[in-house]
Design a protein around this ligand. Structure first.
Ligand code: SF4
Length: 397
């Protein structure tokens, strides 16, 4: 992994351009980089340069700590009234024989399956259907909290919230307060895609706009609650669109401080209407994590979904700004596998997650949804544990 010494080498390196040196100096001084700096990095910076800067920030914030949680997904339906071009998961209502739509009792049965498991979070996300309205989700959240009060309910995105509040003819502030009172505890980062209308209109027409996505998070933060933010990258967007997306997140975070984690989501091209668009390389994935870490100076955490990018890339990402690799999942999500992710049945035991993190020289920390430490596994040795085999990544060339 890259070190503070590498940053000093970089600042004095003769092969680094003056523009890149100036950006590195800002990072070393703890100063914010600009929109133009962000675009410059995407267009000009090599992976090793970005790794030095991103890892410097990551280690300043968290040292070697690498977070994960024990969670499962509850996906109420894969039927959806929308038709996002990149989506491999949803089936339109007219194709409903290919989908599922759980009842309230069936959803509670999924939760009850975990009654004897030490999970701390249920992550609820799926398609948008008219029968899942404000009353339905309020009843679901209340029932989950009644059944298992300590289980954190992280649920839905502004895509669902915008739809159900509009249907109920209530504003965002009223709606989010209703959800909180029903038992909702945090909002995941989904539905953000790319905020810029030039791209959003093409890939996610009709669902909530970027402005509406941000407005719903803002109302949620005003209630003193926390949420995450994603960015779907590597399809038809330009680097300017990516930086614009992060800029809007940075500005809202400056206002509310309610975001915990930024999660770049790689566009996968199987089984969707954009299969003609090639996927970006692993190098671009790592560059993107690193630039996210550098740009979003007011976000505490950068997360990589191991189930989406593979275990090996998740390990590498820990040297490029990432400090969180999500959770055990227990094969409860179809979102990544249906889009062509390598992990077709995503599930990892705690022991496997701990080993994966230790193998690259980091400290595994089990967290709850709000980043309170549940267990520090740094010195925990499991039976039959494979010895860590850590190799230092190359420095500037
Ligand atoms: S991305 Fe979400 S809103 Fe869009 S079609 Fe898929 S499930 Fe529906």
């Amino acid at each position: 992994m890259y070190t503070v010494q590498d940053l000093a080498i970089l600042l004095n390196h003769q092969n680094i351009s003056s523009e890149l040196k100036a950006i590195a100096q800002k990072v070393a001084d703890g100063k914010r980089i600009t929109f133009d700096d962000g675009v410059y990095l995407y267009k000009n910076a090599e992976l090793s340069y970005l790794g030095v800067l991103a890892n410097y920030i990551r280690e300043k914030k968290h040292g070697d700590k690498t977070f994960f949680n024990r969670n499962f997904h509850l996906e109420p339906t894969n039927l959806c009234v929308y038709d996002c071009k990149f989506c491999s998961y949803s089936r339109l209502i007219k194709q409903k024989e290919e989908g599922w739509a759980l009842t309230l009792d069936e959803m509670l049965d999924v939760v009850k399956k975990y009654d004897n498991e030490p999970v701390t979070e249920v992550h609820i996300v799926g398609g948008v259907l008219p029968q899942y309205d404000v009353e339905f989700y309020s009843a679901l959240f209340t029932a989950i909290k009644k059944h298992r009060p300590e289980l954190h309910v992280k649920a839905l995105t502004p895509v669902e919230y915008h739809y159900i509040f509009k249907k109920a003819k209530i504003d965002y502030a009223t709606g989010m307060k209703l959800m909180k009172d029903a038992g909702l505890e945090s909002i995941p980062g989904g539905g953000a895609e790319i905020f810029h209308p030039e791209i959003r209109e093409q890939i996610a027409k009709d669902k909530c706009t970027g402005e509406q996505w941000l407005a719903i998070h803002e109302e949620w933060h005003k209630l003193g609650m926390r949420s995450n933010a994603t960015m779907l990258y590597g399809h038809i967007e330009s680097f300017e669109h990516r930086v614009d997306h992060m800029e809007q997140l940075r500005q809202l975070q400056g206002k509310t401080g309610g975001f915990q984690t930024f999660i770049p989501l790689k566009f996968r091209n199987q089984h969707n209407q954009m299969s003609n668009v090639p996927e970006v390389s692993v190098i671009e994935d790592l560059r993107n994590y690193a630039i996210g870490r550098i740009y979003l100076d007011n976000f505490d955490h950068i997360k990589a979904y191991w189930a989406m990018i593979s275990r090996e890339t998740a390990q590498m990402s820990l040297s490029f700004g990432v400090d969180d690799i999500d959770g055990t999942l227990d094969d409860t999500t179809k979102i990544y596998s249906m889009a062509g992710a390598e992990e077709q049945n995503p599930a990892m035991s705690t022991q496997e997650l701990v080993a994966l993190i230790k193998q690259v020289g980091r400290k595994p920390i089990e967290r709850d949804t709000l980043y309170n430490v549940v267990t520090d596994y740094t010195d925990v040795v499991f039976e039959n544990e494979v010895k860590p085999s850590y190799y230092k990544l190359p420095v500037i060339n």
